[in-house]
Ligand binder design. Structure first.
Ligand code: MG
Length: 404
């Protein structure tokens, strides 16, 4: 398959409620939506880079730059035999995983739709429904936090995750455990602490959270291993895991007992499935993280979370929690038992509201294939390999193109 046409749309939507973590306070989300077309099918992807580079180094602006200048030209010049080829073709690009994932996930959707299969089935998913949890940002007061938790539990969620930061941590865990003696809850620090805070986490052990997510530096696994030896609560890594190899090393070191998988953070669905497989092999459970996705990204998460080792409730929650404007026709809802159904139609299995996207986009750009497809009688099997070579990719990226 050769990609015939790509369109990028930049969407900027207000959040229903501001979302605060230890690293940011966000009131809206800007997302780059990718539409890819080939052989009569259309695939969709959504970037997850936050407004500011507090989570990784990426932002919507860096995503647009990477896609526009490098990723789209490289992929449109390549022959794709399967969705996994995408990752190989852009493997020479260091970092920028959220940018690469935006196109990679659209291409997975494209292949699944062309083949008339659900994305879940194409990935190897085994679940027809996924376990849902909800992530709650830092609140103005403990009372407001407890009221928010009550509201989310009545909506059906099976577990809550609460963001913490220095000064909003042990007292939060204590209040939750006192108010909800049996509630599975977890804490997410987004790298706000150091090893010197080990005594704080030992105090938190008493309130028996399911796990503490990414307490230490975003690029660390060594100190996390040390901390894990000093506390009972399982550590779950998020920011530190970018590849299957990262997961393997963190598990071998004892730095993580649970892994949060986000396709955007690890460069796409191929890499996310590899992290899943590494963890499964090591008997380390995983769950699907969230980045305040709009409908397309949310749909991808639901399909990813249908893989067998996603045995813990993830941060995949109902569409209506975040945005007033929907970009898909069948918003995701949480059932009374705290699960969400995996769509069974082709690809991501939801109707993308293309007219809405075109209407609300604040920036768009279209790319059309200019080179002819290789003749069928004389296959050029080496085309994809050439595109994957670092030298080929770099020279292409550095060459000014006529349409710009
Ligand atoms: Mg996290």
């Amino acid at each position: 398959m050769r990609i015939e046409r790509v369109e990028l749309f930049e969407l900027r939507l207000p959040l229903k409620r501001a979302y605060e973590t230890s690293g940011s306070r966000e009131t809206h989300q800007t997302r780059v939506i990718a539409r890819v077309e080939s052989e009569g099918a259309v695939g969709w992807g959504e970037s997850v880079a936050p407004e500011l580079p507090w989570y990784s180094g990426e932002t919507p602006k860096t995503v647009w730059y990477l896609l526009d200048e490098i990723v789209i030209p490289a992929l449109m010049a390549a022959e794709l035999h399967q969705p996994e080829d995408t990752e190989r073709i852009v493997a020479w690009i260091r970092e920028h995983r959220m940018a690469k994932a935006t196109l990679e996930m659209a291409i997975w959707d494209l292949f699944a739709k062309r083949d008339g299969r659900s994305l879940s089935k194409l990935l190897g998913g085994t679940r027809d429904r996924i376990l849902c949890g909800v992530a709650i940002g830092i609140q103005p007061s403990i009372d407001e936090l407890l009221a928010t938790i009550r509201r989310e539990l009545s909506a059906g969620y099976q577990r809550v995750k609460v963001k913490i930061k220095p000064g909003w941590d042990a007292s939060v865990a204590e209040a939750i455990r006192n108010e909800f003696p049996d509630l599975p809850f977890m804490l997410d620090a987004n790298s706000a602490y150091t090893l010197a805070d080990a005594p704080l986490f030992q105090r938190i052990d008493a309130y028996t959270p399911m796990m503490i997510e990414q307490p230490l530096a975003h690029d660390d696994i060594v100190d996390h291993a040390t901390l894990q030896r000093e506390i009972k609560t399982p550590i779950c890594l998020d920011e530190s895991i970018h590849t299957g190899d990262d997961a393997r090393k963190a598990i071998e070191l004892g730095a993580t007992r649970i892994v949060n998988i986000k396709a955007g953070r690890v460069g796409g669905l191929t890499s996310a499935r590899r992290v899943h497989d590494v963890c499964r092999e090591a008997r380390v459970p995983v769950w699907c993280g969230g980045m305040l996705e709009m409908g397309i990204g949310r749909a991808h998460n639901v399909h990813l979370a249908s893989l067998p080792n996603f045995s813990l409730p993830g941060d995949v929650s109902a569409s209506e929690r975040y945005f007033a404007t929907e970009i898909i026709g069948e918003p995701f809802t949480v059932r009374a038992d705290g699960t969400m159904l995996v769509p069974t139609g082709p690809g991501i299995g939801v109707t993308v509201l293309e007219k809405v996207i075109r209407k609300i986009a604040v920036r768009t750009k279209e790319y059309r294939a200019t080179r002819k497809a290789p003749p069928k009688t004389k296959p050029r099997a080496s085309a994809a390999k050439r595109a994957a070579r670092p030298s080929a990719g770099r020279s292409r990226a550095a060459t000014p193109r006529s349409r710009r």
